[in-house]
Design a protein around this ligand. Structure first.
Ligand code: ARG
Length: 460
């Protein structure tokens, strides 16, 4: 048994059991909120003084003391104590050591409930900003890839079977679209979370004449939250962050998976740079796409965090319950994982070299221009598409039996299947002609790809 806690020990005769202290303490992880905690306390103290709830002199002492505490934490000299449970009480206890009595006035009209809601919200808001800029950096690498490969043909797949030729640029731009939506999800979440819980106090508000607009403004929030119960009980902001993170991680995972496939000896569509691959300790020929594989895996812990926090929150009665202390670690881990995955993907996409020759060879293989042939039959011979589809199927069969591509069939062989076919048809059987023809809005033609790149360049 230790002494009763000096922060809330008034009604306690004895301190907590060691195991109680271990399960209760959050200082091991919530010290990551130190800067936010101190920023919030500074805004609160300044407001208390402006509203004549504490004296200017006390507010000044608190301000100075908090800056000292911050520099101690940043300098690594601060002694964190598990007995003091969390970052809020660690900071306040040190402030008391530094400035004495005025420190005891800081917690007027405040509770750890609105304090932690504030700190965590500020932290998550910063992470939204980091995600937005991380995604923007990746988009810009993808745009460069798209520009360089706007007319580089490659196979487009459905079911991972060759479907129709597309361009490298178009494929890169597909990810730009996905990541663009991801970025806007973080922007939306940020805008929604940008209300201040500070001043909700324990749960019901306070009888002190505080100015919540003042603290909201000082902390760069749009406004104070309108319901004190909601302010201390809400963790939607973290859940939205995790939701946006999960979807982003899913997109990164799909791109990573493509890099793993494309860099394999069987595909050889791309060469990963040495900076983002590893070798094998036993097989000298190996160059492994480890970074891509790890990015592909990060979704596991990020989505896990989302499921974990939803599970913690569901069924909790209003308002604060200590369960909510379990909100932080998973969000910290998810944010770290996302930022690292974004940085790694940005590095990889900057260095990635598409292999134009292998991509072009693969683009023409697998009867990828069969749809172009069918479209030609519709356009030139005025056949209904269903009939053209059938004829093309027969031509594919002939080529397949012969072991050649469609463009390798002779005109005679084709005319045996449909006598209306002329030598013009060969003009649509190359992947280059195929992609050039797909000029519909959002299609794979190089002109469309350039239009989309220009739109994104202007947007960034
Ligand atoms: N360490 C706590 C948490 O992270 C701070 C809030 C404690 N509030 C309370 N009423 N015990 O949730």
């Amino acid at each position: 048994m230790t002494d009763s806690n000096k922060m809330w020990g008034g009604r306690f005769a004895a301190g907590p059991d060691a195991i109680m202290e271990a399960i209760n303490a959050s200082i091991g992880f919530d010290q990551r909120l130190a800067a936010q905690d101190i920023e919030g306390s500074r805004a609160h103290a300044a407001m208390l003084a402006a509203c004549n709830i504490i004296t200017d002199k006390d507010a000044e002492a608190i301000r100075e003391g908090l800056l000292t505490v911050l520099s101690e934490i940043e300098g690594g000299t601060f002694q964190f104590s598990t007995a003091l449970e969390d970052i809020h009480m660690n900071v306040e206890a040190r402030l008391t050591e530094l400035i004495g009595a005025p420190a005891g006035r800081l917690h007027t009209a405040r509770s750890r409930n609105d304090q932690v809601a504030l700190d965590f919200r500020l932290w998550v808001r910063d992470q939204c900003d980091a995600a937005i800029s991380g995604i923007s950096a990746l988009i810009s690498k993808l745009l460069t890839q798209a520009e360089k490969g706007a007319d580089m043909v490659m196979p487009g797949f459905t079911h991972l079977q060759s479907a129709q030729p597309v361009t490298w640029g178009h494929h890169m731009m597909a990810y730009v679209e996905m990541l663009g939506r991801d970025r806007s999800r973080f922007q939306d979440a940020r805008a929604r979370m940008n209300e201040s819980p500070l001043g909700a106090a324990a749960l019901a508000g306070t009888s002190f004449p505080i100015d919540r607009d003042m603290t909201a403004k000082a902390l760069r929030f749009d406004r104070p939250m309108a319901n004190s119960l909601d302010a201390v009980a809400d963790r939607d902001f973290a859940l939205e962050f995790l939701g946006a993170s999960t979807i982003t991680a899913m997109h990164l995972s799909r791109l990573a998976e493509e890099l793993v496939i494309w860099s394999s000896a069987q595909f050889r569509f791309v060469a990963l740079s040495d900076k983002f691959s590893t070798g094998s300790s036993i097989m000298p020929q190996k160059k492994n796409p480890d970074a891509a594989e790890l990015i592909r895996a990060k979704i596991g812990r990020i989505m896990g965090a989302q499921v974990g926090l939803l599970t913690v929150m569901k069924g909790l009665p209003l308002t604060y319950s200590k369960d909510m202390q379990e909100d932080k670690e998973q969000v910290f881990d998810a944010a770290d994982s996302l930022m690292l995955a974004l940085a790694a993907m940005t590095g990889m996409m900057g260095d990635l070299k598409p292999n134009a020759e292998n991509l072009a060879n693969a683009a023409g293989a697998g009867f990828a221009t069969a749809t172009d042939l069918a479209d030609w039959l519709v356009r030139k011979l005025d056949l209904p598409f269903r009939e053209a589809h059938h004829i093309t199927g027969s031509l594919v069969k002939v080529a397949e039996d012969k072991g050649v591509d469609l463009s390798d069939l002779t005109l005679e062989e084709m005319r045996k299947v449909h006598e209306g076919i002329t030598k013009d048809v060969f003009g649509v059987l190359t992947p280059q002609a195929s992609v050039a023809s797909r000029t519909s809005y959002g299609g794979t033609s190089p002109t469309q790809v350039h239009t989309q790149i220009a739109r994104w360049r202007a947007k960034l």
